[in-house]
Design a protein around this ligand. Structure first.
Ligand SMILES: Nc1ncnc2c1ncn2[C@@H]1O[C@H](COP(=O)(O)OP(=O)(O)O)[C@@H](O)[C@H]1O
Ligand SMILES: [Mg+2]
Length: 260
């Protein structure tokens, strides 16, 4: 049975796209799963990270959301298939606003291709608009990257919880697979405190049915090699096969494969 997992956080720059690409590689190239990566961010970071020029693309996810075209898929990049995006996707938010079943467009698009994959990973936009709602409606699980930095982790989690409550109205079975603390700088006390807070806040949410199975994963360390690898359109595992940060990615990969 295939799983649709959305990497969601309404903040930008927390490592969503980097994590989507790296987990995709681990799940596909290393664990031999059939993986589809879906870029739902008009900034098209994932599409760029995977080595494509967003402006060169004739067909993108925009065409599926707006015109209900079959999903445009670029096969076999780093062992994954990719449904790319480009800046046109930013218009979808406005153009969909007056459409019927506007929250279900991505879910309906993915339904046709889901049987071909073991995992569909959706890279969400950094916003709370209609594109994000489409991601939340299409997903079975959310994986939430949270940056371990000095800003209110509680506020972030509160906002995530509210978002999740809204999403549940249209997608009652949506579950939270886990939180991934990102860009962890183990030398700073701020990062340690943020990590502790993330752990505590998610523990306190365990009484909520959707959060009951939520795992707070080991943090992804802040390492420029992530950015260096991405700049070469490579996952960290190919850029630096013995990199210590791969351990966190491995743990998340194994946990994702165990999701019920
Ligand atoms: N663990 C990490 N350590 C250092 N830099 C990172 C890490 N993860 C991501 N980055 C860099 O941070 C920036 C934002 O990451 P990105 O994955 O695009 O975040 P988001 O998708 O949440 O906006 C990128 O330049 C990326 O290369
Ligand atoms: Mg991104």
């Amino acid at each position: 049975m295939s799983q649709i997992i959305a990497l969601f956080n309404m903040s930008g720059g927390v490592g969503k796209s980097t994590l989507t690409m790296n987990l995709g590689f681990h799940l596909a190239a290393q664990e031999k799963n059939r993986v589809l990566l879906v870029d739902m961010d008009p900034q098209a970071s994932l599409t760029t990270f995977m080595g494509l020029g967003p402006f060169d693309l004739q067909q993108t996810i925009y065409d599926s959301l707006l015109k209900r075209d079959p999903l445009a898929i670029i096969p076999d990049l780093l062992g994954c298939d990719l449904a790319p995006a480009n800046i046109f996707l930013s218009q979808a938010e406005l153009q969909l606003a007056s459409e019927l079943r506007r929250e279900y467009r991505l879910a309906e698009t993915l339904k046709a291709v889901q049987p071909n994959y073991d995992f569909v990973l959706i890279d969400c936009p950094p916003s709370l608009g209609l594109l994000s709602v489409n991601c939340l409606v299409a997903a079975q699980y959310l994986l939430i990257p949270i940056q371990t930095e000095y800003k209110s982790v509680e506020a972030t989690v509160n906002l995530l919880q509210t978002t999740h409550e809204i999403a549940q109205v249209v997608n009652p079975t949506l579950k939270i697979a886990g939180a991934v603390p990102t860009m962890y700088d183990e030398r700073t006390s701020q990062a340690k405190r943020a990590l502790q807070t993330i752990t505590e806040v998610f523990l306190s949410l365990k009484t909520n049915k959707s959060f009951a199975d939520t795992i707070v994963f080991p943090p992804i360390p802040r390492r420029t090699d992530f950015a260096n690898a991405t700049a070469e359109h490579l996952p960290l595992a190919q850029y630096s096969p013995r990199h210590p940060a791969l351990e966190s990615l491995e743990i998340i990969t194994q946990a994702i494969q165990q999701l019920p």
